[in-house]
Design a protein around this ligand. Structure first.
Ligand code: SF4
Ligand code: SF4
Length: 433
């Protein structure tokens, strides 16, 4: 090992440790959520994972942008193998160490070389679209300037990542190794551009490309936890643990089910005193992020802010205050705030703020028609509706703060056993007419 390898190993350990630390914090924040069983039906979940996360199938609802996005995603998957090889080479002073994989390595290098160009072109198109086209779905009151800067920064990093990968391959081929390991169908056409350089210049060119590429990988990796591009990491667990029941199906609340069963049981004593060791009564619905479950919190960290949900939302389209993307972004923002409070003041600290009211208003919540268009449109199977319903549940069951129309309906159900204003005895009167 040379000094260069020690320097690289030190940088690599530092970068991976920093990323792991930030990842640990995010996992800790997600674990603040309530429990939820999403470990059932592994086969069905794996099929959905292959289709939606790896196959990117939901993105193809918009074929052009869907294909470009899929190229970037698939390109990353392929290029990650090459990145792992570079890490091994950088630590142990190897050169193209994964070459021992033979035919498979050829496949990896061919697809890596081709995908680098495709990803580069896709990202340039995305940048052009962001900077010069007015796409409605990229605007909205929840979309601050920072969101746009975040997207542009990531695109610029990816463009340079792909460019440095190609120049590294070109430099490698130009060094005219006795035996070229792997196959580079695109880069080989550019070798003539540098083949008449001094050999020392080519070595330097290759080295600079190698270091630029791996440093950009580590910078990008550590930018992820602060960015919406964290979905690169979260998309796989998020899709795997997504809802595989009927969309919009609400969970029964065990305590309410128990009360109803007691009411229906003629032998039950409604005035029975609860046992001394009975758990405290649970609150209904969600007021803050800690009342949501871990899947909903993971959803918040996975949101790419793409706006596909909001562009399909009938409430948003008709000018209502609601935007399902904002629901997810607010949840993530509040969760980060709670996490920071824990870091600073310990886990029992309360800042007297909550997701409901401080971030999301009742007006937004009651604008929802529960149509599920947002959940269907989301390329990562994120479920904004489940958060909306839990916040509404809190408003109705803890604060009796439902809109007037609903309160009338509740009263009718309570008094008449039906949502209408007529008593049960009058129900069959229509037949007399
Ligand atoms: S379920 Fe609610 S938030 Fe989602 S698209 Fe329908 S109206 Fe909009
Ligand atoms: S919830 Fe899904 S569709 Fe909506 S902005 Fe986030 S990733 Fe896009």
């Amino acid at each position: 090992m040379h000094l260069e390898n020690f320097i690289f190993s030190f940088i690599l350990i530092f970068a991976l440790s920093l990323f792991s630390f930030n990842l640990w914090k995010i996992v800790r924040n997600i674990r603040l959520g309530k429990s939820k069983n999403r470990f059932d039906q592994p086969l069905k979940r794996t099929i959905i994972l292959l289709k939606v996360a790896f196959g990117q199938t939901k993105l193809f609802a918009r074929p052009v942008s869907g294909l470009l996005h899929a190229i970037v995603y698939w390109g990353f998957l392929v290029i990650t193998i090459g990145t792992m090889e570079m890490m091994v080479d950088g630590i142990f002073n190897f050169d193209r160490s994964f070459g021992v994989l033979g035919g498979f390595y050829n496949l990896v290098t061919i697809s890596g070389d081709v995908m680098a160009v495709l990803v580069l072109v896709s990202c340039l198109i995305f940048m052009f679209r962001r900077l010069f086209l007015k796409i409605k779905r990229f605007s909205g009151k929840e979309m601050k300037k920072l969101s746009s800067i975040d997207a542009i920064v990531a695109l610029v990093i990816i463009v340079f990542l792909m460019f440095s990968l190609l120049t590294m391959n070109i430099g490698y081929l130009a060094l005219e190794h006795a035996e070229i390991v792997g196959s580079y169908p695109i880069s080989k056409h550019f070798v003539s551009l540098i083949s008449n350089w001094e050999i020392s210049t080519i070595i330097l060119f290759h080295k600079v490309s190698w270091w630029t590429h791996i440093m950009l990988v580590l910078i990008f990796l550590n930018e992820l936890p602060y960015s919406k591009h964290f979905h690169v990491v979260m998309s796989i667990p998020n899709v795997y643990f997504s809802n595989i029941e009927h969309l919009g199906k609400m969970d029964n609340m065990p305590s309410v089910t128990k009360e109803v069963k007691l009411m229906m049981d003629p032998n039950a004593d409604p005035y029975a005193t609860p046992a001394a060791d009975a758990p405290p009564p649970e609150s209904f619905g969600a007021k803050d992020v800690t009342d949501l479950n871990w899947v909903q919190l993971m959803n918040a960290y996975s949101c790419t802010e793409c706006g596909r949900c909001t562009s399909e939302c009938p409430a948003n389209q008709t000018g209502k205050l609601l935007s399902p993307r904002k629901i997810m972004m607010d949840t993530r923002q509040r969760l980060k705030e709670v996490g920071k409070n824990i870091d600073k003041h310990g886990k029992d600290y309360t800042d007297n703020k909550s997701l409901l009211n401080d971030y999301i208003t009742p007006e937004e919540l009651w604008a929802c028609t529960t149509c599920n268009a947002c959940t269907e449109a989301c390329p990562l199977n994120i479920d904004p509706l489940s958060i909306i319903m839990d916040l509404r549940r809190y408003l109705v069951m803890e604060q009796s703060a439902a809109p007037q129309e609903l309160n009338m309906m509740f009263t009718n159900v309570e008094n008449n056993g039906a949502p209408w204003q007529f008593p049960a005895a009058d129900r069959l009167k229509w037949k007399d007419e």
